[in-house]
Ligand binder design. Structure first.
Ligand code: IPD
Ligand code: CA
Ligand code: CA
Length: 265
């Protein structure tokens, strides 16, 4: 990463690496999880990783607010840390090598930071506001695709909450793009869009910890992000990320008639 001297970036990187080592020492077992009230699953590993990160950060920044998926409420006071200890728990549990640790810092006057550590590939994606985005120190840039018909899209969805009309809509998206993948770690996939591996990402009903760091990385790599607040009354939003050239077409295609617009467009 370019500016490892920025203390929040350095602390996030160090915390993620330490948490990543913790994860490597855990043997995932596909049947060892609990189901949370919202239907998501959680494992002992999620909690252990979260504790490791919080211990690392609070030692250095005791006064900062924390929003973390498994323990901390959604404080909005800045400066704040936003943490998803394992993004892709289902993959982790099943030994599928695609899961990430996501840590964002939202400053109050100081620049924002986002890091996504893709643990299986040991890829550290980093971004500081105004400073570009990097993967293991190499600068990132998005794809050069200019037509949606040539775009490879990555997405995620919750089949339990999908309505019939959303399946129809999904079929349309499949038909008018080059293809759609569903991998299971929103933070990791946002980073892959920043790296130009996918042309675009979208998903309905994401939480702030899924996206805070990945969005920062996409924006700093030169991409565009649109967030659309969900109508479900929960604190979730649809997030669409892509290069500039296809962004408005993507927003029009994916959000057509579904939810009201919130910001970024
Ligand atoms: C999930 C992953 C998945 C996305 C879900 C998220 P978790 O996070 O990001 O790709 O489709 O919406 O909840 O539960 O593994 O932290
Ligand atoms: Ca997540
Ligand atoms: Ca998680």
């Amino acid at each position: 990463m370019r500016d490892a001297t920025y203390p929040q970036l350095w602390a996030a990187v160090r915390a993620a690496r330490k948490a990543g080592r913790t994860l490597e020492s855990v043997k995932p077992a596909a049947d060892q999880f609990q189901v949370k009230h919202n239907g998501d699953i959680v494992t002992e590993a999620d909690r252990t990783v979260e504790e490791t990160i919080l211990a690392e950060l609070s030692g250095q920044f005791p006064v900062h607010t924390v929003v973390s998926e498994e323990s901390a409420p959604e404080f909005t006071t800045k400066p704040r840390w936003i943490i998803d200890p394992i993004d892709g728990t289902t993959n982790f549990l099943n030994g599928i090598p695609h899961y990430s640790i996501s840590i964002a810092f939202e400053g109050a006057g100081e620049p924002d930071v986002g890091i996504v550590y893709h643990v299986p590939s040991e890829t550290m994606y980093t971004a500081i506001e105004g400073g570009g985005a990097y993967a293991n120190g190499q600068p990132l840039s998005l794809s050069a695709t200019t037509e949606l018909s040539e775009a490879l899209i990555v997405t995620g969805f919750d089949t339990a909450s999908m309505q019939a009309q959303e399946y129809d809509h999904f079929r349309t998206i499949l038909n008018v793009t080059q293809g759609v993948r569903r991998f299971g770690s929103a933070a990791g996939e946002l980073a892959m869009v920043a790296a130009g591996q996918f042309d675009a990402f979208f998903e309905r009903q994401l939480s702030v910890w899924d996206t805070a760091a990945g969005v920062k990385i996409v924006e700093e790599a030169g991409g565009e992000v649109t967030r659309i607040k969900a109508l479900d009354g929960k604190n979730s939003e649809m997030v669409l990320a892509s290069n500039e050239a296809i962004h408005q077409d993507l927003v029009a295609l994916v959000s057509a008639g579904t939810v009201p617009k919130m910001d970024g467009q």
